[in-house]
Design a protein around this ligand. Sequence first.
Ligand code: HEC
Length: 140
Amino acid sequence: MKGPQPWRRFLFLALFVSFFFYSASVYTSGTALNEGPVASDAALRGQTLFRENNCWACHQIYGLGGYMGPDLTNVINNPDLGPEYARMFIEVGTDRMPDFQLSDSEIDDLIAYLEYVGAAGNYNPKKGKVTWYGTVEYER
Ligand code: HEC
């Protein structure tokens, strides 16, 4: 009775070694977190204002919220819109959006919050393109 053929041992060793390196990479780089941007104090105050004034009743962030007004996720980092554009709406309102009588510094905080939201993600995901290796990339 012979032992296993040498090529089988080699195959087993090759599988074992690749499994070892694969596991090592999954448990180190594979589980690294994408930390994302850090919210400044102004952005955190803006988030509170956004909640207190119920902006969510009419607006969405990352696609979630009310649907009377547009999604605000990328209103600041969209080159066609931007902070001055957003400020205009918040300062005076429109016939459908109320004027909240906010102070300049409160509006600054809201803009900081919206800027943070835009730096952390994108909406509308449908505008992303799927790359050949399967992830989605967005135009900024
Ligand atoms: C009663 C509903 C309502 C509430 C509440 C509301 N908005 Fe709006 N907002 C709108 C509508 C509707 C528009 C679109 C302009 C229009 O049609 O008048 C708009 C437009 C905007 C825009 C411009 C967005 C774009 O892409 O054109 C910004 C920025 C904005 N709102 C910020 C805010 C913030 C910040 C709050 C909370 C302080 C808020 N809104 C609360 C209804 C609302």
